[in-house]
Design a protein around this ligand. Structure first.
Ligand code: SF4
Length: 220
């Protein structure tokens, strides 16, 4: 995908989806378009375009596994994550831990695009926060998304609304995996124009083929 910063699922985490664990980066795909999620993570097709390639280069730069202490803040990069409670696994770009009583845990995710009003990047960040909370028994109240195009951080509150949205995304993704049925193309054509899978998905052809659409909808 383009603006929704799809990473090649096999290269971003080394993890494939199983019935037990969903790759954290896959939640962003589901939030962007359930059909895209199914094509990548259920049917295992993958297409790369300029946007995804740039996203991978960006993440290769931050995937250094370095740990650094600067003043009161410890910076952990490329941190492995898992949540037994939510069935999630993956990696985060950066975890900042500011010493104090209590210490402040602050996840940061790097994105190649620019800030957006949609929630899919925030869902990924919130899923990372859920993993950190479970793994380290600490609260995570906020984090940030760093956007390459504008070179700045956008603060994100890990509040109840975002947590509920993230949990419903996890549930939706899991239900889709278990059904094994790839959904029909979504209604929002603007997302299709920016999607790296459109040559595989063929949304316009699919939308005009009512028979295929009907068969897909009834899950035959
Ligand atoms: S082309 Fe459109 S419907 Fe198809 S996967 Fe991409 S966003 Fe979804």
């Amino acid at each position: 995908m383009s603006e929704n910063s799809a990473l090649n699922p096999s290269s971003s985490t080394g993890l494939k989806l199983t019935e037990d664990y969903i790759a954290i980066s896959a939640l962003q795909h589901y939030a962007y378009c359930p059909r895209q999620f199914a094509l990548i993570h259920v049917e295992q097709v993958w297409a790369e375009n300029r946007f995804t390639a740039e996203g991978q280069v960006l993440h290769q730069r931050v995937d250094s596994n370095e740990v650094e202490q600067r003043g009161r803040v410890r910076y952990e990069r490329s941190v492995s994550l898992i949540s037994q409670e939510h069935g999630l696994a993956g990696k985060m770009d950066l975890l900042e831990i500011e010493s104090g009583e209590p210490p402040r845990y602050f996840p940061v995710e790097y994105k190649r695009g620019k800030p957006k009003i949609e929630q899919w990047d925030k869902i990924q960040l919130c899923a990372q926060a859920l993993c950190i909370e479970e793994m380290r028994s600490v609260p995570v109240k906020e984090g940030a998304l760093w956007y390459w195009e504008v070179r700045r951080r956008e603060p994100v509150a890990i509040d109840l609304q975002l947590r509920n949205l993230t949990l419903s995304t996890i549930t939706g993704a899991r239900v889709l995996i278990e059904s094994g049925v790839t959904p029909t193309p979504q209604v929002d054509k603007t997302r299709c124009r920016a999607c790296s899978l459109k040559d595989i998905c063929l949304p316009d052809a699919f939308r005009s083929d009512k028979t295929r659409q009907y068969v897909a909808e009834i899950g035959v």
